[in-house]
Each structure stands twice: as C-alpha cells, then as structure tokens.
Design a protein around this ligand. Structure first.
Ligand code: SF4
Length: 368
C-alpha cells in the first residue's frame, strides 16, 4: 500500500504553538506554489512508476485557506500521474472559518472523502490565547457544511489551566458536530514558538497533569464509543485513518511540497522548508530534497517496533522475524525482560499494555 502526502504551507495567521512549515505572509505565492507542486507530482510519478495509491492526504498549514481550484488541481494531477484506487481514502485538513458550501462541493467533486478539522478546544478564550482563527461556533458551522461526511477533529491537551471537564466538553462539541474520529494531541512547547515562553514561565500544565487529562479523556471517549487504535487516535468502528495506519505499518509514501517527507525503497527523503527554495528547485529541474537517507537495517527494525507499538494492534512478531530474518525473542531478550511488565504477549502479538501506551517513549527507547 502506498500513500501520497501533499503539503500546503499557507495559513491565515500563526498559532502560538506552531512550528510546522506554514507561512501566513506567503499566501500570495499560492498560485505559483501549486504550479510547482503539480510538476513535482509528475516528476515523482516518473521516479516511482507503477505505484498504486490507496490514500492521499492534503495537510499543512491550512489547505482550506487556498482557492479550492488549487486543491482540486492537485488531486486531478495525482490521479493523472498515478494509479489511484477507486476506493482511495482522500483526506483534507481544514480549519473552521475557511470553508463554504462551494469549496466543500469542489473538494467532493474530485473525490475528497475525509475531512480533518482543527478544533483544538471548544473554549473561545483558549482558542484566542492559541491565536487560532476560529471560534467553537465556527467549528459547528463547518461541521454543518459537512453533514454526513467522514469527519475527524483534532483536540489539544495540556493548555494553560485546562481541566479534564473542559476537554470532555470539547469532545462533546466534536461529537455534536458529527465526527467519527478524534485525535488527541498533547501540546508540545517547541523552542522558538511564542508558547515556549509560557512553558518557561510555568504557565502550561505539567506532564503529569497532562497525562491525567489524557487518561480521563481516553475513558470518556471509550464510553462515547470511540476506541483508541493509536496513542493519539480514537475512532468509531470502521473509521481508522487509513493514511496514518500506513505510516504506522511502515508502508511506503510519497510526500510532495515544502517540508514533505517520503519513504520509498527503504530511503527517507525530505524537501526543503523554504517556499522560494522549493519553487526554484522545481522550476530549474533540480531536486527540492534537503536530505535523502538509506535506512540501515538496525534502524529499520527499531522503526517497525516503535511504529507498531504505538498502535493497539501491536507488533506481529512472526512477520517481523520473516521480514528481518532474525528471531525477535532472542534478539531482544534483555529488553523484553527489562520492560516485560509494560508489555502484553499473546502468541505472535506483542503490544504495550493499555494503561502504559501514553508513556510508551520510555519503553520504546529500550529497543533502540
Ligand atoms: S493552523 Fe496549523 S499549521 Fe497553521 S499556524 Fe495553526 S497550527 Fe500551524
């Protein structure tokens, strides 16, 4: 299975916690950027001929901030250059306040069938503090436009003075909007972002407080019929993100656009984070990549373990042994003994016990 990720690096304004490749002041470059993107898609299809595409994911930035004709053009270009399955999952990230009926109609006309909305919190004062462009009401308006569609919502935990009750209310709002998938991410104060100062001033929740909220919201989501299938992802039955499942299964994917990463033929490569550098490279038939690494076998093994153990499906030890021609239990005997109390073994299946999934990093580091 292969996926395609398309990066749209434009936003209306910068959120206080954001360190993604998103450039609010560069929106005027959208038309030329997409022209380059179409060209890169064509180039990548020639570089990797014969790939069958199962999922397309348009992320950002805020893809919904640009004219829908650019998005439609990108999807058409992927379909023209690659063999995209009829049943492909095609997701677009959207922010409330940036879509209308006409945009949604255009998205659907090219086959977009999954909508991931950046809600973050259902409280307007918190949204304002994060410099989000929308209100809780805008979220519901957006959901109304998408009635009956496959919708996901992103929720942030660990905000200033946030309580579990507030997160539950945010989940209620998402459910009222008709979502079938919810991603719950812990706020990570990255160096260089405005919120990092708040972090240094001790204004954000501590890791322990955030972990308590996570546990509480996990139980709440379960009671509401949303099962966890990956550390940050919860859904109703049948609504897992196929695109992300491919990442966690260490499947191949092609990323196009600024900052996009690809994983093909055991190589991981990433494009430049600069819009101008990206466009210059594509226009002059040069590679927009800033790194291109062949993944060595020991790193590949760790990646497979790490990605699988993030999910509730866990690791299939038999498949692992077959893929790498080793015996997992012998190779990782020490690690299994040391971290055994956090792990659950059932025949060929190995996973992290439910109650420890959120603190998986400590466990995974052992396998590095
Ligand atoms: S909308 Fe997303 S990508 Fe854009 S600034 Fe906010 S967090 Fe960053």
């Amino acid at each position: 299975m292969s996926g395609i990720y398309i990066h749209v690096p434009f936003c209306k304004q910068k959120c206080t916690y954001c360190d993604f490749a998103s450039y609010p002041r560069e929106l005027c470059k959208a038309e030329s950027y997409f022209a380059c993107l179409y060209r890169e898609i064509d180039g990548r299809s020639k570089q990797f001929p014969g790939r069958v595409i199962d999922t397309i994911y348009i992320g950002g930035g805020t893809p919904s901030v640009v004219d829908a004709k650019f998005i439609a053009g990108a999807i058409r270009q992927v379909k023209k250059c690659f063999h995209v399955r009829e049943t492909a999952e095609i997701t677009i990230e959207i922010n409330p306040g940036t879509v209308d009926e006409q945009k949604i109609k255009e998205y659907k006309s090219v086959g977009i069938n999954r909508f991931s909305i950046g809600l973050q919190t259902g409280f307007d004062d918190q949204l304002k503090k994060l410099n989000r462009i929308h209100t809780a009401k805008d979220f519901l308006t957006c959901c109304n436009l998408l009635k009956g569609e496959n919708i996901s919502a992103d929720v942030l935990i660990g905000l200033h003075d946030q309580t579990l009750e507030q997160v539950k209310k945010t989940v209620d709002l998402a459910i009222a909007g008709g979502v079938s998938h919810i991603s719950v991410y812990a706020l990570t104060p990255e160096v260089g972002t405005p919120i990092y100062t708040d972090y240094l001033n001790g204004e954000l929740l501590s890791d322990d407080e955030t972990a308590d909220i996570y546990d509480g919201v996990r139980e709440y989501l379960k009671a509401k019929g949303f099962d966890r299938y990956e550390v940050s992802n919860f859904c109703k039955q049948g609504f897992r993100s196929r695109h992300n499942m491919n990442y966690w299964k260490r499947g191949e994917y092609i990323g196009v656009g600024v900052s996009a990463s690809s994983f093909m033929n055991d190589k991981r490569f990433t494009n430049t984070f600069s819009i101008d550098e990206y466009m210059n490279a594509v226009i002059y038939n040069k590679s927009p990549e800033i790194s291109n690494d062949l993944i060595e076998e020991k790193d590949a093994r760790f990646e497979v373990i790490m990605l699988a153990l993030r999910t509730t499906d866990g690791l299939n030890v038999k498949e692992f042994n077959k893929k790498f021609g080793i015996d997992f239990d012998t190779e990782y005997k020490t690690q299994l003994l040391k971290k055994g109390k956090y792990l659950l073994r059932d025949g060929d299946n190995l996973k992290i016990k439910d109650e420890y999934l959120y603190v998986q990093n400590d466990i995974l580091l052992e396998f590095m």
